[in-house]
Design a binder for this molecule. Structure first.
Ligand SMILES: NC(=O)c1ccc[n+]([C@@H]2O[C@H](COP(=O)([O-])OP(=O)(O)OC[C@H]3O[C@@H](n4cnc5c(N)ncnc54)[C@H](O)[C@@H]3O)[C@@H](O)[C@H]2O)c1
Length: 470
């Protein structure tokens, strides 16, 4: 295989994973962990990323037996180590591996371009990736798009592009294209959220749907988590976008109630916990610091962009989705405003310790983190921010070093802001750590228990909590 020296000791069907990010790497490990009834690995897996410094770093890391992402999930780490030891998971930037693949899982990113006044789909990288597949794959290779895409993408972009490449190569058969979206949750149950979780899928054709069903059934625990087959890939794509839009909207909906509760002396967490007892309302979200990560910040816009750019429809504006994204984007500024109010409107020269840089608890991912919005705005107002996060040592987006081991002493700070409920913060002996410090404490994300907050109040210190008016 030309450029690459990688080679498998035992021949098995080859599954390629295009894109070794948070989804692709974990999915590749899940596929490499799939076993036959005798407990032998079913597949050889090749993860393919781009030949740029970031891609190459992930490739080298995988091939040297180091998982290229920070995780607290021991199951994912163990499964990766097993795959590495048994030698059925390799990584490369050599696209000629696609020529041998039985299945290619597409796990690359697809962004929304926010650089102009009207957001648009940043399709060029994705289309280029699909073209590469069309140039290489066998006619009978199944393509499973796991990337979150605007509804209509598989039918109107992926399948025609593969078909055009097939025609160039003199291949007459229809490409096999399916969509099956990822519900993976990086965090404590990272690996289980792939293999022990319900999956939705559909094929562009009956044959592609059947092939996708057969493949997924070998990787996912379908006995306990049966697959849901939908009638079209557009329906499956819509499922993912709608699922994430629902969650983003649910979170945004809480915002106006949080402000009301804080103002009139109500603990909204108590209220929501009481409401959640009602089964029909059990997944109501709660007040927080903000919404980050790669998905909820962009996916709600895919419906509107699909209607306009893929289906050419006018007047489908999805106001709830747009409003949810806008509301969630400014949420971290609410915490900043509360701190400003405490310091009579002026935070210049104030020194703050921010506990939590990543977008989510127990996840080492800083993409679109609400902490970024907070830090940029606070620095603009002249505040000095020191950052701590147990899972991050360097914050790429802000090019800032992050304390990631022991918590710094609190003595020199005017404010301590808890932004992410990482395990380390939940287990902190707060009273001891705070000692005689005069810093105010801001619990922006329900990090502190009722007892911990009471303890701080008993020490005559100020605690400000997002979503609590008491
Ligand atoms: N992160 C999550 O929790 C999550 C959960 C569910 C779904 N998703 C969706 O899954 C998709 C992937 O997300 P992610 O978080 O893994 O993204 P990511 O940015 O971490 O990873 C994408 C990877 O694809 C690589 N890539 C880009 N173009 C390529 C090409 N032509 N060939 C090979 N590799 C290429 C990039 O270099 C990168 O390593 C997105 O659509 C996302 O919305 C993400």
């Amino acid at each position: 295989l030309g450029k690459s020296n990688t080679k498998f000791e035992i021949e098995r069907p080859l599954i390629c994973v295009q894109g070794l990010g948070f989804v692709g790497t974990a999915m590749a490990v899940a596929v490499a962990s799939a076993k036959d009834s005798q407990g032998n690995p079913l597949y050889n897996v090749v993860g393919v990323d781009l030949p740029n410094p970031v891609g190459q770093k992930k490739i080298d890391s995988i091939n040297s037996g180091v998982l290229p992402l920070e995780t607290v999930d021991q199951k994912l780490i163990d499964a990766f180590n097993t795959a590495h030891t048994q030698g059925n998971f390799l990584a490369t930037s050599d696209t000629s591996f696609y020529k041998l693949a039985k299945v290619v899982l597409v796990d690359i990113h697809l962004d929304v371009d926010f650089s102009k006044e009207e957001p648009s789909i940043a399709f060029s990288g994705f289309k280029g990736a699909i073209k590469t597949l069309g140039e290489n794959i066998l006619p009978e290779c199944l393509i499973v798009v796991e990337t979150t895409v605007p509804p209509g993408t598989c039918e109107k972009v992926v399948a025609p592009s593969l078909k055009a490449e097939f025609e160039q190569r003199g291949i007459e058969s229809e490409p096999l294209v399916a969509h099956s979206y990822e519900r993976v949750m990086p965090g404590a149950d990272y690996f289980a959220s792939i293999v022990n979780f319900w999956r939705v899928f559909a094929g562009v054709s009956e044959a592609a749907g059947n092939a996708c069903e057969t493949f997924l059934s070998t990787v996912i625990n379908v006995d306990e988590y049966p697959l849901s087959r939908l009638h079209s890939t557009t329906a499956s794509e819509m499922g993912k976008v709608m699922e994430n839009s629902y969650r983003a909207t649910n979170i945004a909906f809480i915002e106006e109630w949080a402000r009301f509760a804080e103002t009139v002396g109500v603990d909204l967490f108590q209220v929501i916990n009481a409401i959640r007892k009602r089964p029909t309302h059990s997944n109501m979200r709660q007040p927080g610091f903000g919404v980050g990560g790669y998905c909820l910040t962009k996916d709600p816009l895919f419906a509107k962009l699909s209607a306009k750019e893929i289906f050419g429809l006018e007047g489908m504006d999805f106001p709830f989705c747009s409003s949810a994204v806008a509301t969630n984007n400014v949420m971290p500024l609410v915490t900043l405003q509360k701190i400003k109010d405490h310091f009579d409107g002026d935070i210049s020269g104030k020194k703050m310790l921010m506990l939590g840089v990543s977008y989510r608890q127990d996840v080492g991912d800083t993409r679109y983190s609400p902490s970024e919005i907070f830090v940029r705005a606070a620095r603009d107002k002249g505040a000095e921010i020191v950052c701590h996060d147990p899972l991050i040592d360097y914050w790429e987006e802000l090019q800032t070093d992050v304390h990631n081991e022991e918590l710094p002493s609190v003595d020199s700070f005017d404010a301590v802001v808890f932004t992410v409920p990482h395990r380390e913060y939940l287990e902190l002996d707060l009273a001891q750590w705070l000692g005689d410090s005069a810093a105010i404490i801001i619990d922006a994300n329900c990090v502190l228990s009722d007892e911990a907050r009471q303890q701080i109040k008993d020490l005559n210190k100020t605690v400000i909590s997002i979503g609590r008016g008491i």
